[in-house]
Design a protein around this ligand. Structure first.
Ligand code: TF8
Length: 338
């Protein structure tokens, strides 16, 4: 190779490396992506969907457009998952917990007290075990792109402050639609009722249920403080969200188009986790200012709750298989030691 040719070749290689997504040169068609989500636009979920949409548009040189549709206007998590599987909707973000009926392995994320902090969650979710579980969706017609943070869940209700385990007796508590959440709260003595998130506010308002559990962010953005008096800091489980695409649709995309979506998804993940954690750090004070009565559990009561809930572990392990359960435990131990 002569010197000018070499210089040219290096130049091309450099250009490719520094601008891997220069949209014009790529195999990208005009695409309209309907992206559904359950929370309101003014929420950590809504803000991150906006970041994803902007990134997709930027990286594709304006050819790929995301139409973000929030507040469950396209349906509950479960309804949207079905629309993705059927190919009637392209993308969504929602709770991993609502996917357990489709991919049973997703139940591992509902293990009470699995993670001690968000750092552990990030390491395990973004590591090989998180990927392995995400990949299982493909057999069911869904493609998982990234996990976002929903967050550590806390308990609210309208009956009484929950100071001890026994205070849960008789509380009619809305839970997410899966057996782990149902069993967890039955084990704790609550009267657990599965309901889609999209029906929750009304159910609380009309007192069809007494309480619910969600991260501070959601209690704030969904205005649950308007219809709930008591908040108990339980941090009983860390919930991920997952960004999903319809496999039927995804399989018809070019490599470049898939890259745009993956890059944008990763960017949105970094934004979303940071934004969620910042909001969570100030949300409790805001909820108090809005009139919620907040209490912590004494260490002894928190331990009783933990111990009761460990009874659920064996059934989750049975459901997802002992091998995966062991892999998960090893990954958590590794993250904890890191
Ligand atoms: C729940 C979840 C919800 C999410 C959301 C609709 O309680 O925590 O916040 O599923 O995507 O249902």
């Amino acid at each position: 190779m002569k010197l000018p040719q070499l210089v040219a070749a290096v130049g091309v290689a450099l250009a490719a490396a520094t601008a891997p997504l220069s949209a014009a040169a790529q195999d990208i068609k005009p695409r309209l992506i309907r992206f559904g989500y359950g929370l309101v636009e003014q929420s950590n979920q809504g803000r991150a969907v906006k970041v994803f949409a902007d990134e997709v548009e930027r990286l594709s040189g304006g050819k790929m457009k995301v139409r973000a549709i929030g507040a469950a206007a396209l349906g509950s998590d479960v309804q949207m998952q079905q629309a993705l599987i059927g190919g009637a909707q392209e993308m969504m973000v929602g709770s991993t917990a609502t996917l357990v009926g489709i991919t049973k392995e997703m139940a591992v994320w509902d293990t009470p007290f699995l993670f001690n902090n968000a750092r552990e969650a990030d390491l395990v979710l973004d590591g090989p075990v998180g990927q392995k579980i995400m990949d299982k969706l493909q057999d069911k017609g869904l493609v998982g792109l990234v996990y976002w943070e929903n967050g550590f869940r806390n308990l609210t209700n309208n009956k009484q402050p929950v100071q001890k385990l026994e205070d849960l007796n008789g509380i009619k508590l809305r839970v997410m639609q899966n057996n782990v959440f149902l069993d967890s709260f039955k084990t704790l003595g609550a009267n657990a009722v599965p309901l889609p998130f999209s029906e929750l506010f009304t159910a609380l308002e009309t007192r069809a249920v007494d309480g619910q559990e969600n991260p501070y962010n959601t209690i704030l953005s969904s205005k649950f403080y308007e219809v709930q008096k008591y908040l108990t800091i339980t941090n009983h489980v860390y919930s991920p969200w997952i960004v999903l695409a319809s496999k039927k649709w995804w399989d018809g995309l070019s490599k470049d188009e898939k890259n745009v979506l993956m890059e944008a998804a990763k960017k949105s993940r970094e934004f979303e986790r940071k934004d969620t954690r910042e909001e969570a750090a100030r949300a409790l004070a805001e909820l108090k200012a809005k009139g919620m009565q907040v209490n912590e559990l004494s260490p002894a009561e928190a331990n009783r709750m933990r111990e009761k809930l460990s009874a659920i572990h064996a059934s989750i392990a049975n459901q997802v298989g002992q091998d995966l359960w062991k892999e998960l435990q090893a990954a958590v131990a590794q993250a904890r030691a890191a």
